[in-house]
Design a protein around this ligand. Structure first.
Ligand code: C5P
Length: 227
């Protein structure tokens, strides 16, 4: 059976990564969290003083892009690959609301996208990959055999993200999480370079009222039909 490329795009916190991880594990494919790469660049900018309270130094970031090395290493215990920035595991640090608050602005910079898209295409060149993000079916792998587009109401998405953050001990309010989800949707869908949009050949899945199991069996069925 030949391996295929599976592109999963959609709005923030629609459960893309959960289903992508399940699918990759089931099919024996590589899972790539492209959002983690934009988060890693954002984390680099934060650590290197390129971000102020409301803005960031775009020119300096572009100048320093060649100093940003992002890699993934499979963690057996977790069952998925964690993200590394210049050799350091930053999987936990990139999931904070602070990083979420800036990542969409950084992801709107064309030079950042160019570098990350090239790396993503390299990672998927042999197929057998499930990649989730915002532009995977429209830019990174336009010829992906299966393209999914995940949607859910903003309130459902904010509730899920709020539960995730509070369960790991972050002190956040539901209102702040909801605002972040809505703000990111806006920036991601209105940016000039590679805006979030459903690819013409993508299958839309609204998981507002689906359990994780229901979602997985639906997606698995689509994957099996495509392979
Ligand atoms: O998937 P996640 O929510 O972690 O992505 C964080 C942010 O990275 C998104 O809100 C978006 O701004 C950006 N992103 C992107 N293109 C991708 C993946 C993520 O612009 N392929």
């Amino acid at each position: 059976m030949g391996k295929i490329t599976i592109a999963i795009d959609g709005y923030s916190s629609t459960g893309k990564s959960t289903v992508a991880k399940q699918l990759a594990k089931h099919l024996g494919y590589v899972y790539v969290d492209s959002g983690a790469m934009y988060r890693a660049v954002t984390f680099y900018a934060m650590q290197n003083g390129l971000i102020t309270e409301t803005d960031f130094n775009k020119e300096a970031l572009i100048y320093q892009l060649n100093k940003i090395n992002i890699s993934f290493k499979f963690n057996e215990a977790l069952g998925f690959a964690e993200v590394y920035l210049n050799g350091n595991n930053i999987e936990k640090q990139i999931r904070t609301l602070e990083v979420s608050g800036f990542v969409s602005k950084i992801a709107a910079v064309s030079e950042v996208r160019e570098q990350l898209v090239e790396q993503q295409q390299q990672m998927g060149k042999d197929k057998g990959v499930v990649m989730d993000g915002r532009d995977i079916g429209t830019v990174v792998f336009t010829d992906a055999e299966l393209k999914l587009f995940m949607v859910a109401s903003a309130e459902k998405r904010a509730t899920r993200r709020y539960n995730e953050l509070t369960e790991r001990g972050d002190s956040v309010t539901y209102e702040a999480v909801l605002k972040n989800v809505v703000d990111r949707d806006y920036i991601d869908t209105t940016r000039k370079d590679s805006p979030l949009v459903k690819a013409d050949d993508a299958i839309e899945i609204d998981n507002s009222n689906m359990t994780k199991d229901e979602q997985f069996s639906k997606v698995l069925q689509l994957a099996i039909m495509t392979v």
